[in-house]
Design a binder for this molecule. Structure first.
Ligand code: COI
Length: 356
């Protein structure tokens, strides 16, 4: 029998951000959130929409010490007719279960959680921005709740969905960025948790992100943990190259996150008639090809930034510049096509969007 969702509305609604507020990313939150609890006896239970509030956690909560948690991220978009689109929401909710499997967290029912998300969005519909380039970022996450310092899987969990009106993830927006090729630290190792959207991967990335900033770069290009040679990801995005007109991206393995925007780019590209390759790309091969003029564009793909052009790579003492540091045609094409579908400006022949 399907659970029924209870709703308790807030008495104090926050004013929506003024039209000229710089929304940035992940800094403003809406008035309500969704929560649901898990216990061994009852499974997932007590789904509720409640006022957004701070949490009271026992200081020994497993999540705080050992990081047993997963998250995902998707967006709600205001369309020209005023309705609200979600983009491939089931893929995001199903990916939570893939991440949870790796982190020994019980699976959710993606279809039920989509229903809960839509109910939360109905309550918060006025928070979906209608300004160009803005959207409502949706952050579902699950944390281990047992108060216990033994290293073992928790038996209680809480699932949350919080919402945040946002602009672009990078202050640079769609302008090409400089990327630092990290040769010392790795984001994730083979057999590790790189394939899962779990906080540890992001915490482990921060030290190299600081190195990149010191070098005047915006993000890190991650290499594989075994050889420090094969390209894996850029920051928290998947990596794409245009090599001799062909779209090339690292093939997935258990240290690369299977991005939904990555999948969207590949599906669109194949449909548009691009030749696509998912394969290992060594950094030395890339440098060699770039020097010979074979690599015309590089970009990152992710939910937050959608498509982010790379102007140059800094690899040891080398600087590899793509398309004279300007956004290339292919990068722009994917950005325009994907955002056009997401915001309902162009038809969606693939059925990727879903109305709230
Ligand atoms: C994404 O863009 O898909 C991300 O994971 C970014 C998020 C960590 C803010």
């Amino acid at each position: 029998m399907e659970l029924s969702i209870t709703t308790k509305l807030s008495d104090h609604l926050t004013p929506k951000p003024a039209a000229d507020t710089e929304l940035g990313f992940g800094q403003i939150f809406t008035d309500h959130m969704f929560t649901m609890d898990y216990s061994r006896e009852s499974g997932w239970h007590s789904p509720q929409i409640v006022p957004y509030t701070s949490l009271e956690l026992d200081p020994s909560t497993i999540y705080l010490h050992y990081g047993q948690a997963v998250f995902d991220g998707l967006k709600a978009y205001r369309t020209p007719d005023g309705s609200i689109n979600l983009f491939r929401p089931m893929l995001h909710l199903e990916r939570i279960n893939t991440s949870s499997k790796r982190m020994v967290i019980p699976p959710i029912d993606p279809a039920f959680c989509l229903k809960c998300l839509k109910e939360l969005l109905q309550v918060e519909k006025d928070w979906v921005p209608d300004r160009p380039g803005c959207s409502l970022y949706i952050r579902p996450f699950i944390v281990a709740m047992d108060p216990c310092l033994i290293v073992r899987p928790s038996v209680t969990y809480r699932f949350f969905i919080i919402l945040s009106p946002c602009g672009s993830y990078y202050p640079q927006g769609m302008n090409p960025v400089s990327i630092f090729v990290e040769t010392e630290y790795v984001r994730a190792a083979r057999g590790g948790s790189g394939q899962a959207k779990t906080p540890a991967n992001y915490a482990a990335s921060l030290i190299a992100q600081n190195k990149a900033k010191t070098a005047g770069c915006v993000q890190v290009l991650w290499l594989d943990s075994v050889h420090r040679r094969y390209i894996e990801e850029i920051g928290s995005m998947n990596a794409f190259f245009v090599i001799d007109g062909k779209l090339v991206t690292p093939e997935l393995n258990d240290s690369i996150l299977p991005g939904i925007t990555r999948r969207t780019v590949l599906e669109l590209a194949r449909d548009m008639g691009f030749r696509c390759e998912e394969r290992q790309i060594a950094i030395d091969e890339l440098c060699h090809l770039a020097k010979q003029g074979h690599v015309s564009e590089m970009f990152g793909s992710g939910t937050a930034a959608v498509i982010s052009p790379v102007g140059e790579l800094r690899y040891q003492s080398e600087r590899i510049v793509f398309n004279q540091g300007k956004t290339g045609k292919v990068t722009q094409l994917f950005y325009d096509t994907i955002t056009g579908i997401q915001y309902g400006r162009t038809p969606d022949p693939y059925g990727w969007t879903e109305k709230v």
